[in-house]
Design a protein around this ligand. Structure first.
Ligand code: 3SK
Length: 511
């Protein structure tokens, strides 16, 4: 961080060099067409006036419930440039989640994509002092009209590199999500250390990310990294289906693809997946979110003659700190520590374990969040001095190659997104035919983890295939849909300790 100027504004830093160097270059391609760096810079500069007119002041929080269009970087960078704190939200959460986060964050404004506004209307009606702004339709004031009326602010807010720039909410196994607070300096540092230094992102790249911008992984892939490199990013405002991603790769000749293992597994087997001839510029892919099974990485490399760089990152560290390197990939493990970070593996007593033994992964590096908002207990458990606990178990060999060995807690990573088994269990138990439930991770045919529920029904209820489907639908409608259990096993009772705690490890052994 000492290499950065003391007074440093992350939004200004990402845009200024591009505005000076190639203002007419396409920064973004989205469903509206192309947006040059000049146009993006203008929109971002106007946002300061939009915030002013909305009555949003420095250090206040604004929520972004936005799909992947140019409006996301407009609001995200515009907020940081004005010293306002943007808080991107997972667009798949429920109304209940949003109400809780609005209250927890104390946000004073919410930016909502038209197609997501149903989940916000009741909240907006109950919050007369919070401003709601809509993107592309919906009942709220229109962002485009506000931008058109606004005057561009010539100068960014004089933020310090150690000022809080933005927050990202992340789920834990118990309780509500935690708002990880990130600093202005961290955005440039993740770009320098990982995107430019490790992955080798270039100005002539055309980047596409399967993970959306509201995820830490997608925020780097689609926002900070392409702008730091002066590249072009393709934004897709719909679901990242194999058809959609294939079409975008071919149409825009994508050269860097940011994916997750669940996506790669389905896409490589899908009829729409382009050939190397259709996608000749595709030169590199990244994978994160969950460990990449070696056979999936090899299948991609065989098909495209390009590496998939598996990596491990976290919302707390902002982006990837363990990664494969182009040209020296070892499929089946996650890679080695990224220059600028240090990792160590510790046993349950806190002492380092020797090479070859499983330990709890901790990371030291300049991009860690400074804590969780309003959560002293979980902040002190995760951020231990210069070390941040990742919650993953790893093994390291003598040469520093790190291989994933499972989670240290009960959390599941499903398609790269955290799922709390407890939340799914509580939802199942809320169904009137369910007495209790336990959820663990089980591997599908590709070796990727998905939720598996063990359900005890009330005495007079018989398990049937239609009840199994009903319980899955119940979860999909009460939770973010990716959290639903892919398998349900009806059991007479759950394994428990003498004190009544569910022994998930015994179910994992059976799964
Ligand atoms: O889940 C991951 O591996 C990840 C990667 C990059 C940034 C953030 C995260 C959570």
């Amino acid at each position: 961080a000492a290499d950065l100027p003391e007074y440093f504004n992350a939004a200004e830093d990402l845009l200024a060099a591009n505005l000076a160097r190639h203002p007419g270059k396409t920064a973004i391609i989205d469903h509206r067409g192309t947006c040059t760096y000049r146009e993006l810079g203008d929109r971002v500069a106007r946002m300061a006036d939009v915030f002013n007119r909305l009555g949003v002041r420095r250090d206040q929080r604004v929520l972004l419930c936005l799909t992947d269009t140019r409006d996301f970087p407009t609001v995200f960078l515009g907020a940081m440039r004005a010293g306002v704190i943007p808080v991107p939200l997972n667009t798949l959460l429920t109304e209940d989640d949003y109400g809780w986060i609005l209250n927890n964050s104390g946000a004073v404004a919410v930016f909502v994509s038209g197609e997501l506004s149903d989940k916000w209307q009741a909240i907006a009606a109950a919050e007369p002092f919070v401003k709601f702004v809509g993107s592309e339709g919906g009942p709220f004031d229109d962002l485009e009209a506000l931008l058109a009326d606004a005057q561009p602010a010539p100068d960014p807010a004089p933020t310090h590199r150690d000022d809080v720039a933005f927050w990202l909410y992340t789920s834990g196994s118990t309780g509500r999500p935690k708002g990880a607070m990130h600093l202005h300096g961290s955005i440039r540092l993740t770009a320098n250390l990982y995107a430019l230094g490790t992955m080798g992102l270039r100005e002539d790249d055309v980047v596409l990310s399967v993970a959306k911008q509201f995820f830490a992984y997608g925020l780097g892939n689609s926002l900070s990294f392409p702008y730091a490199a002066g590249a072009t990013v393709v934004l897709h405002n719909g679901r990242s289906t194999p058809d959609a991603i294939s079409a975008l790769i071919v149409e825009h000749q994508v050269s860097v693809l940011g994916g997750v293992p669940t996506f790669f597994a389905g896409w490589l087997a899908h009829p729409s997946c382009p050939t190397k001839q259709d996608a000749p510029r595709l030169r590199i892919a990244t994978s994160a979110g969950e460990a990449l099974p070696g056979h999936i990485g090899k299948a991609f490399a065989d098909k495209f003659g390009a590496d998939v760089l598996d990596g491990l990152g976290s919302t707390e560290m902002l982006h990837i700190f363990v990664s494969q390197r182009p040209g020296s990939v070892r499929y089946g493990c996650t890679g080695r520590v990224v220059d600028g970070y240090r990792v160590r593996l510790v046993g349950d007593d806190g002492s380092e374990v020797p090479p070859g033994e499983i330990g709890n992964l901790q990371i030291c590096g300049p991009t860690s969040a400074i804590g969780y908002w309003r959560n002293r207990e979980k902040s002190t458990a995760t951020f231990c001095g210069e070390w941040t606990a990742s919650g993953d178990k790893y093994v390291c060999d003598e040469e520093g190659w790190l291989t994933y060995a499972g989670r240290a807690d009960d959390m599941l990573k499903v398609g790269g997104i955290y799922v709390s088994p407890i939340e799914v269990e509580e939802t199942l138990s809320g169904h009137n035919m369910v007495l209790e439930a336990a959820v663990v991770g089980a591997e599908d045919a590709d070796g990727l983890v998905k939720p598996h529920a063990y359900v005890v029904l009330h005495n007079d209820v018989q398990p049937t295939p239609s009840l199994e489907q009903e319980l899955k639908d119940h979860c999909k409608s009460h939770l973010a849909p990716y959290k639903y259990p892919r398998w349900i096993t009806f059991v007479a009772e759950l394994p428990k300790t003498a004190t009544g705690k569910i022994q998930r490890f015994r179910l994992r052994e059976d799964a």
